[in-house]
Ligand binder design. Sequence first.
Ligand code: GAP
Length: 491
Amino acid sequence: MDALVSLSKRRGFIFQSSEIYGGTGSCWDYGPVGIELKQNIKRVWWRDYIQRRPDMMGLDASILMHPTVWKASGHVDHFTDPMVDCLECRRRFRADKVDETPWVHYCPATKGNKFTIPAGEPCRHCGVSRTLCPECGKGELTPPRQFNLMFKTFMGPVEEDASLTYLRPETAQGIFVNFDNVLQSMRRKLPFGIGQIGKAFRNEITPGNFIFRTREFEQMEIEYFVNPLETVEGRPADEYWHERWIEDSMAWFRRYGLSEENLRLREHEADELAHYAKRTADIEYRFPIGWSELMGIANRTDFDLKQHAKFSGKTLTYFDEERKEHVVPYVIEPSAGVDRALLAFLADAYREEEVRGEKRVVLRFHPELAPLKVAVLPLLKKREDIVRTAHAIRDELSKEWTVVYDDTAAIGRLYRRQDEVGTPYCVTVDVQTVGDQAKGEVGDGKVTIRDRDSMEQIRVPLTALGSVFRELLGGGAWASVASRFERKGEG
Ligand code: GAP
């Protein structure tokens, strides 16, 4: 994790929010490279799930909603975590997580020496287990109290109870309250889904582990409405579609580069199921902090639509033409965090390799996710014709892709820099490309393309650059493209 945090800062992926004021500890800012990666994740998600599927539609609901939404959804009463405070240092912990962190101990068997003991283990010297504050090792902890995780704010200029509202803790409710609007305006038949990408806010008691748990984050959520009276392939429609969404979501993360061995499915036990859920399965990823939730796929039954119908007094049903009756649809909810997905893609792509006796750090991003697609590098920055050609290539390619120009170091260094941000291809313009007028030499009009993963290089005519990158960045294999061009050694 330390390597990822340091690389992220050094190479413009992620910075701590308000760093010049000491930072906030729970909020992060995406830099020029990080925002490209984040946008790419959201773009492929939207394209795969909203644009390409005939049964899906998009939505962008507001973050501030009517406060009764959160009464109806159960968040005002149930969206809480148990919290304990240290009476000495005043730090706060989630009561259910306090034994999952290493703890500080002043051991009486060693004249009060200070030790930091691994989470959940007793002291090797005196044998006692943790009872005091794990951070300061001195204070008693208070009994657990329930703490609501929603951020409160006031709508309008008067700070009074009547104008109290909340920053949404999930994007889902914006979809439920618009169910009838979408149904009526888009004239849909069940099953259909509504997807949304947007910010959510939770006043987490213990945020941390970089962007894994933050107080402000983004979600990519789908509410997929199914007819509970129907069966599909001999199973109730909600159970059938739940299974389909679990498989689909797993396949999606694999398609964009997460390794099989770092992904697993975890079913929620009956006693951990949310009050609205019939079944929930989490996709877990082996993050640098261990196996943890990447996304959840829940069968929320008809709970949300019924609650909103009850609290709003509006009918939120679907008319089943075949059976001539009104039904409240069941909902399958695949819900992923954008930031958590980004952390998983970053961790999975990260490699430290040895190349010709030197360490190479490379991010092997899927080409569709790679923040920068091509870097154009002039071999000699003093040669005006080389620099001009390189700029012209960048300008042309950037009509279709995110492309950068860099001439601030020697070529080997420039390649390593691009490896570190995961740029799949570099284009180098050299003397051979433009020739040498003084010597009366004419250029061959070819540039070198270098592949990030194999480090192989090929010579490609300038006129073919567009079509070659369309093929490579559109999923074409390097080996097949490279076989058609003149090879050059590794770069
Ligand atoms: N609407 C259902 C829902 O919000 P959730 O499991 O609480 O379910 C869904 O959240 C996803 O949102 C999680 O799997 C995770 O990827 C992301 N997420 C939740 N809390 C987060 C936090 N504090 N920081 C970053 N991501 C978070």
